[in-house]
Each structure stands twice: as C-alpha cells, then as structure tokens.
Write a protein of this length. Sequence first.
Length: 326
Amino acid sequence: MATSPRFAPPGPLGFGGAPLGDMFAKVDDATAEATLRAAWDSGIRYYDTAPHYGSGLSEHRFGAVLRQQRRDDYVLSTKVGRLLVPDTNPDIGHPFKSALMFRREVDYGAAAARRSVEDSLQRMAIGRIDIVYVHDLATDHLGDGYDEAFRIAREGAFRELIRMREEGLIRAWGLGVNLPEPCVRALKESDPDVFLLAGRYSLLDLSGLDELFPLCAERGAHVVIGGPYNSGLLAGGNTFDYQDAPREMVEKRDRMAKLAEQHGADLKAAALQFCAAHPVVASVIPGAKHPDRVRQNVELMQARIPAEFWAALKQQGLLPQDVPTP
C-alpha cells in the first residue's frame, strides 16, 4: 500500500457540478457558463463533475468554460461507473430534468473505466483529468447486489485506475459515494487516494467520523465533502438526502438554527466551515446553478462564526465534544 503523500484537491471551497447537469431544475447554457465563470473569478480552483449529471451535460458545460483556462491552474475530477451510450431517446433519470443524447449503462469493469475516462476527456475537450471517482458503488444502502458490485469494481475499475495513475493519465482515484462503508472497504482492500463523501459528514450527519476519517488519517488519504447542506435542510429547505426530511432531522436543524441566531451566526456558513475543519477534509464542494449562489458560498466560507456557537452546540449535545470545529 502507498505511504507517500497523496494528491488532494485544493480547498477549502470547490465547485460541485451536479446542479449544472440540470438536477431538480433546468439551467440554460448562458447561466451555467456565468456560474462557472463566477466560481473561477471567485478563486475556486477545484471542479467536480460526472457523466451521470445530465447524461454528460455537466461535463459538456465544464469543458466549455475550463478549457479556456490554463490547465495547470485548476484541479478537475470526474467519475466512472456509468458509460454513456449514444441514444435518440436520452436517459434523463431522477433527479435530473434534462440530458444529452445518451443512455447510462452501469459498468464497474476495467475496460469500462478506461473507456469512461477517455469519453470524459472527449466530452470536455480537456487534456487531463486529475481525480477519478468510482461513482455510486453504494448509493444510500448496502442491499442486494452491493457485494457483487464491489467485487467487480475492486477487480476491475479499482485496478484500472491504479494503472492509469501509474501511467500518469490521472493523478489520483477513489470513490464518490453517499455512504462511508464502501470507502472503508476500499482502503482495506485497495489503494485509493481520495474520497468524495456526500452528506455523511455534516452538522446533521457524522457517520463518516468514526471509522472512515481515522483510517484516512492513518493511510494518508483525503476526503472531499459533497452535500454539506444535506441537500438543502441546512440551507433552510425541507429536504434531506433528496427526500422530505425526517422530523427528527428538522428538529435538530431548528435547534441549531436557534443557537445560530442567538450567537449571531449564519447556519449555512457554519455548515460549510464545519465540514472544512476536519484535518482529513481537503475540500468542500457545494453545488450551485447561479452566479449569485457561488459568490454567496464564498462569502459563507469566510464569514465569522463565534466560538461560543460551537461551544453551545457541544454543550447541548448537538455535536460531540471532541469533533474538530473552526
């Protein structure tokens, strides 16, 4: 297993590309371009996308903007696990509202991983992908088929991505998932560098903390945090993990929001900064579909959060006593 320093994306703030695949709502091309330019102008230098996001739409939009920049000035990640096959009836798929003219084919094999990377390079017209994540190996549960999917990926995509790293075609690889367990298993059974963990390290959900983060620290691996607002609940919405939020989560959010108000803190700012405070976290990548939201995220990451707010969260049992805070 590798012990040398591993490649990690820059932080503390990156850009998550799912919304520019028309997730939940359509975005016109001009707004998508303006959003990416706002991210660049705000100093963001890490960009994450995937073939899954709008069946290539997010990658297409990323390429149109990023290939105008000097390639060594930013870090780019995309994903494998779904091949896009041309089709006159595009596969849109929840939660996306539109798609390019492709259908998705799930494939965690070695040949599919290499083909997917090559296809992504073509769609974006960019000469290098820095990080490749194996996408959605376990989405929101570890049910039937998970063990077999993991075995195929371990023998297929994992090994091929290691070869690509050795060849210099990519700089790092890992998993992009919604659960810590596949990441822990990958660290024990293979040699990943970095994980994109969505929604499992936040003010509301600390399930990545107990086993995954210590193992990452031991192995020198890094974590990128997606979904820092838990799909909207921490930003004032009513959804958690893209579903109607459970009552207990709404109540927990409301208790945090009350404490934030009492201490003059912005709960959205606290949500972003909390994720970035852990030593294994390299970057936090909230999504955005409008330039104003990008600029707001930058401001939130820089906003002052009183130390008394973090102390109050711990005192009331809303956060563990030993969890890192800004």
